[in-house]
Design a protein around this ligand. Structure first.
Ligand SMILES: [Mg+2]
Length: 276
């Protein structure tokens, strides 16, 4: 055949699929980071907050395992325990992690400024609102209730514990699209504060928007961030944004306050026949 015919979706966005911690809630993604530090301290192998944050976005047990696989942590573990960490150690730490995490979620469940306004605009435009998260269902019950109290109630929520494998595999995003009854996947935008969450969206064939400042990559509370001068904010912002761009995000901005212009840009690209 001389010609090859190709189909491209040129319609509007139909769904926005948002992450939780660091994206719509818990500025700086504090809740999980603090609990990882606590659990490793109990295990006799203190870790830094940077080590605790590095695998953020994954299922919480996968995240624990990823920390134990860091060369430096492994070395310190072996020094402390006379052997490298084993499956049973991870099971034990995860068993300790879950109740500690559930207990402190509500201390960090304030919505990130701009969330309600962005969701309202999305709803006016007819976008469905889905969410995915590295939290398990048990943890999400707490966050969902706290979010609803503040006026945020997404149409669908998929947890890492609802699918066979969490991020960066696309299964949570795909399940969210099914739960929302939205097609094609190119009409969906995945929004996240971690590189692994951006990969999740890309692996699902969706558009992606990364938040550099409000989430795990800068890792400061809102009070800590706003206490910095503009000049002091420049380096951490640029470093975090660079990580999100390198993960393949289509748009990178500071926080959910800047989401709507990103969605406008993506609709422009869709109208021109571009694909995610
Ligand atoms: Mg997050």
């Amino acid at each position: 055949m001389t010609f090859r015919y190709e189909r491209s979706y040129r319609g509007p966005i139909r769904a926005v699929i948002l992450d939780w911690a660091g994206t719509t809630m818990d500025f700086g993604c504090q809740a999980p980071a603090l609990v990882y530090v606590e659990v490793f301290r109990h295990a006799g192998v203190p870790i830094s907050i940077a080590e605790a944050r590095a695998p953020m976005g994954a299922h919480k047990r996968d995240h624990l395992q990823a920390i134990t696989e860091m060369e430096d942590v492994r070395r310190r573990w072996t020094e402390a325990h006379g052997r490298p960490p084993e499956e049973a150690d991870i099971d034990l730490m995860y068993a300790e992690f879950v109740p500690l995490q559930v207990a402190c979620l509500s201390e960090h469940s304030e919505l990130i400024p701009g969330t309600l306004e962005a969701i309202e605009t999305c709803r006016e435009r007819g976008y469905r609102i889905g969410t995915t998260t590295g939290y398990t269902r048990e943890m999400m019950e707490v966050n969902l209730a706290d979010a609803a109290r503040q006026g945020y109630a997404p149409d669908a929520t998929v947890c890492a514990s609802d699918v066979p494998v969490g991020r960066p595999l696309p299964f949570m995003c795909l399940k969210a699209a099914i739960d929302l009854e939205v097609s094609p996947l190119a009409a969906c935008v995945k929004v996240d504060d971690t590189p692994t969450g951006i990969e999740e969206g890309l692996n699902a064939g969706m558009w992606t928007v990364g938040f550099a400042v409000s989430g795990n990559e800068v890792g400061l509370t809102r009070a800590e961030w706003t206490a910095l001068s503009e000049a002091e904010q420049e380096v951490p912002r640029a470093r975090a944004a660079d990580r999100m761009w390198r993960a393949g995000a289509h748009e990178v901005v500071d926080s959910i306050r800047d989401l709507i212009p990103c969605l406008d840009a993506i609709e422009g690209r869709l109208a021109r026949g571009e694909k995610p």
